[in-house]
Every structure is written in C-alpha cells, then in structure tokens.
Design a protein around this ligand. Structure first.
Ligand SMILES: *Cc1c(COP(=O)(O)O)cnc(C)c1O
Length: 391
C-alpha cells in the first residue's frame, strides 16, 4: 500500500496501527505503544471500549440512518444528557468540530441581526484554532492555516488572548457591531494556553453588559478532558453557546453546538441542517461515552492523574535546560521547549513506544485517555525526561 492516491495534506509518521485496547495501540508489526495523544483528544474512554463496541454493533444491526425528516430517539436522549451537564437546553448535532463552530457562527449572526446590527462582528483570539472550513479559518489565527486561500469571511476581529485592555479597545472601536465573543477556554493547537478564571469571568460580565453572546469552543477541552465535563465549569461561569466534537464520539464522527433556549431558538425550521448530523449511531455512541465517563468516574480520574502528571512534569522535567514552561489542566498538558522539537514524536514512538504530539513546532502536547493509571503517568514522565535529557 502507499499514499500515492491521497492529497498531500498530512505528513504521517512511518507508523501504522492495526488495533487498540484501552490506553494501548499495536502497530502492524505487533509492537505495543502507550497512547498519550488519544487521536488528538478523541479516544478519551480508551480504544475499543467494550461498551462502545457493543453500542456500535447493536445499533448497526438495528438502524444507522433515517435522516432528520423523522424524529431520532438517540438524538433526543443525547440532547437531554448534554443539557443536564452543560446547563444549555438546546443542541444541534453536526459531524465535526468545524461544523459545530460554523453553527455557532451562524447563531452569532442571527443574534446580531435580532439586535438590529446589519453586519455583526465576532471577537476572536490570537492563536485561536476553530477548524478548517473557510468561516472557522477566519475565526482562527495563523497565516500557515489559510495560506493561498485568499479572502475569508470578514466578520471576525482578533484580540490578544487573556488581555482585558484589548477587549476594552475593541469594544470602544467596534462595540455597536459586535454580537459575540468566541474562544477556547484552553487554546490547544497553539500550545496549551489556559485562560484564567478571572479572564473568563470578566468576559462573561462584559458580554452580559453589552448583550454579546459568550461562545466557548470546547471541542478539545470538553467531555471530561480537564476533569470537569466542560472547562468553563472550573471558572463557575455559564456560556451562551458551547461547541463540542472530538471526545463526544470516542472516534465515531460527531459534533454538537449547545445553546441556551433563547439563542438556540434563533434557528427556525429549515434555517440549518445536516444530512448525517445527529444520526442514531453517532448519538447512541455519544450517550454511551457519557455513561462510561460517569460509571468509571473518569472526571475524578482525569483530575487526579492530571494533577499527578502536571506536578511530576513540573518537578522532574520543568527545570531541564530546554524547558520553557509546563502548563495545562487535567489531562491536557503542554511542555514548551526553547527549540523546535517535532522529531520527538518519532523518537518517543521508536525508542520508547510512547505516542505524543508536538504542536506549533516547540510544544510537546499530552492528551492521554481519561483512564490513565499511576504507572502510565510514571512512564510518560520518565520517557519525556529521557527524551529531553538526550536533546
Ligand atoms: C480539533 C478542533 C477543532 C476542529 O475540529 P474538526 O473536527 O477537525 O473540524 C476546532 N476547535 C478546536 C478547539 C479543536 O481542537
């Protein structure tokens, strides 16, 4: 086999996996790896979880697809479960993160129009990543993402992440046209930058004062990654819109845009839709994933092992000469180096059987399954220490 017939958008490592179980993957030569990336925050309850396998198999034998021209039992159930956990009463289901953010951006426009703004603007953050469609690229940062594409939708204005003066300035300059603020509570792709509780609370208050929507992209942080169902729960705030994808399906494609009743009802019959979105298979798996996280107490485990992993990385790796910072929350952790380190992905895999990610060229990113145990924490820390000592 070869990749000759695939568009050259990816640069995969020379590694191919045949199967997985829990936190482990096996390559086609039979070698075992510890997966500290979980398919970029997707397989949070572990590979081949028996309940997920059973849900997929049973649903495949019953019904995969009927379209949204008919009511879908599992879609209603997943909407209710997410409402209970998020405090946001209404859900729209998509197939990916970018689509969930497109849904949120549509809601921002509808909200702006409902307030009499002819051309509503959305405040977004520098170093943001919201997806690869044209609208979500416009909301993202980084010339590397949109090189060669020309003009993107022009309704996003970027400010500095975490900077309240920048918020004040943009309010003064464009306040009458702004409909919403969109941000990741922890910026993942740009290197695991955590928004402070004070910043999130100030944004909530500012949005309330100005009638703007606070829209959080929890595609990477949501569904237990940080030790709460959603990262905003650490700050004790309630957003108006939240987007989800990645871990919600543990590998079955699904995205969701959650909103308060008022905001969700800006859509009316026919104003938005998706052929596959909310299908019985994806929604049943979503329900199963939420049940597993509850039954196996994975929020508690992510909190405990996240503390252990972050603490041990800080004490055993943080003072090595190449390390600039160790940061994160729960099981979303970045180790920023003072130099490019992409080659560590391959070295970790080849020499230590550990799968890690490097993002923005210089930050090692860890997004292990929420089922991580003590010995695996120890192994990850030991391996990263060995890799960095050998730099
Ligand atoms: C992965 C990700 C997306 C894009 O999700 P896709 O499913 O790849 O479209 C958007 N926002 C954040 C924060 C992400 O981590």
């Amino acid at each position: 086999m070869s990749a000759h017939h695939l568009m050259p958008t990816y640069q995969p490592l020379p590694l191919m996996f045949s199967h997985g179980r829990g936190t482990r993957l096996w390559d086609t030569a039979g070698r075992e790896y510890l997966d500290a990336l979980a398919g970029v925050a997707v397989t949070s309850v572990g590979h081949s979880h028996p309940d997920v396998v059973a849900a997929i198999a049973e649903q495949a034998g019953l019904l995969l697809h009927t379209s949204n021209l008919y009511a879908i039992d599992w879609q209603q159930r997943l909407g209710a479960k997410l409402a209970e956990k998020s405090g946001l009463a209404l859900a729209f289901f998509n197939n990916s993160g970018a689509e969930a953010n497109e849904t949120a951006l549509k809601l921002a426009r509808l909200h702006g129009h409902s307030r009499g703004i002819a051309k509503p603007l959305v405040v977004v953050m520098d170093n943001a990543f919201h997806g690869r469609t044209l609208a979500t690229l416009a909301a993202s940062d980084g010339a590397h993402l949109s090189a060669g594409l020309g003009q993107l939708p022009g309704d996003c204005i970027k400010i500095r992440f975490g900077d309240l003066d920048a918020l004040a300035n943009v309010t003064q300059a464009f306040g009458q046209r702004i409909a919403a603020v969109l941000l990741e509570p922890i910026q993942g792709e740009s290197g695991v930058h955590v928004a402070s509780t004070a910043y999130l609370r100030a944004l909530r208050e500012h949005c309330d004062n100005h009638g703007w929507l606070l829209m959080l992209d929890e595609i990477q942080t949501g569904i237990g990654r940080t030790g709460q169902w959603f990262a905003y729960q650490h700050a004790g705030i309630q957003p108006d819109v939240v987007t989800l994808a990645k871990a919600l399906g543990n590998g079955i494609p699904i995205g969701a845009c959650l909103a308060s009743t008022t905001v969700g009802r800006l859509f009316t019959p026919g104003s938005h839709g998706s052929t596959f979105g909310g299908n019985p298979l994806a929604c049943r798996v979503g329900c199963t994933v939420l049940d597993i996280i509850e039954r196996e107490q994975l929020l508690e485990n992510a909190t405990r092992q996240g503390h252990a992993l972050l603490g041990r990385l800080r004490s055993e790796v943080g003072s090595l000469p190449a390390v600039k910072a160790v940061r994160g929350m729960g099981l979303m952790i970045g180790v920023e180096l003072d130099r490019p380190c992409r080659e560590l992905m391959q070295r970790a895999a080849q020499e230590h059987g550990l799968l890690i990610n490097v993002t923005r060229g210089t930050t090692i990113r860890l997004l292990p399954p929420l089922t991580l145990d003590d010995a695996e924490v120890q192994r990850i820390v030991g391996t990263i220490r060995a890799l960095l000592q050998a730099l």
